[in-house]
Design a protein around this ligand. Structure first.
Ligand SMILES: CC(C)(COP(=O)(O)OP(=O)(O)OC[C@H]1O[C@@H](n2cnc3c(N)ncnc32)[C@H](O)[C@@H]1OP(=O)(O)O)[C@@H](O)C(=O)NCCC(=O)NCCS
Length: 183
């Protein structure tokens, strides 16, 4: 994938192996992984390399559009945002995270809005959804600010260690997007 997306403060660009150490550093922080699903703990350098290859392969076969979230002014890697594609049903499922020092500055919301536009206008999706652990208020807010609405709870939908957590599902359709953007 050669696509790079732009927002006011961010570049969303493809991952390269040069991101491995920064990716490893961010996902070695338990504060970041506490609310993430399916991240191996501990997260090793080899895991980081696997994730980059997974992102690159996904872009080739169209199953995953994963972008490095990078600050425009200094090119620092802030985090990850992706859309996992179910092409049969023209659905995309979004996931994102940032290094802890970059939280609370609106970066995730800015990136998520751009990904929604990419999903509907470029990938021609019909539905975009995302999910978070019920207590992850910041993530729920990111989804709402990107145009998604709360749809459902999956009680004990995920497990971290020995603990089960409820998952909240948010989503929007192409029609919702069109209403908001006049497309
Ligand atoms: C969730 C996460 C991506 C949010 O990123 P962010 O860039 O800090 O989010 P934003 O700055 O765009 O904030 C989004 C909204 O959440 C609110 N918010 C941020 N942190 C919050 C918190 N701890 N409690 C409640 N609301 C919070 C913000 O105020 C903002 O809402 P507002 O614009 O109405 O004021 C980031 O905290 C993160 O990476 N967490 C760890 C990984 C994770 O949970 N990823 C999501 C998995 S589903």
């Amino acid at each position: 994938m050669t696509t790079t997306l732009e927002t006011e403060r961010l570049l969303l660009r493809p991952f390269t192996m040069g991101d491995r150490d920064d990716l490893h550093h961010i996902l070695s922080d338990p504060q970041v992984t506490a609310t993430l699903l399916d991240v191996p703990e501990p997260f090793t350098l080899s895991d980081a390399a696997d994730w980059i290859r997974y992102a690159q392969d996904g872009a080739v076969n169209g199953s995953l559009y994963a972008f490095a979230m990078v600050a425009k002014h200094d090119a620092v890697l802030l985090g990850w945002i992706d859309l996992e594609i179910d092409s049969e049903h023209r659905r995309g499922d979004m996931a994102y995270w940032l290094g802890q020092p970059y939280w609370g500055r609106g970066f995730a919301s800015e990136a998520a809005r751009r990904m929604v536009r990419f999903g509907f206008e470029t990938l021609d999706l019909n539905r975009i959804s995302a999910q978070c652990i019920a207590s992850n208020i910041a993530s729920a807010r990111v989804m709402q600010k990107a145009g998604m609405r709360y749809e459902a709870a999956l009680r004990h939908g995920t497990r971290k260690g020995e603990q089960f957590y409820d998952l909240h599902i948010y989503g929007m359709t192409r029609a919702d997007y069109g209403e908001e953007h006049g497309t």
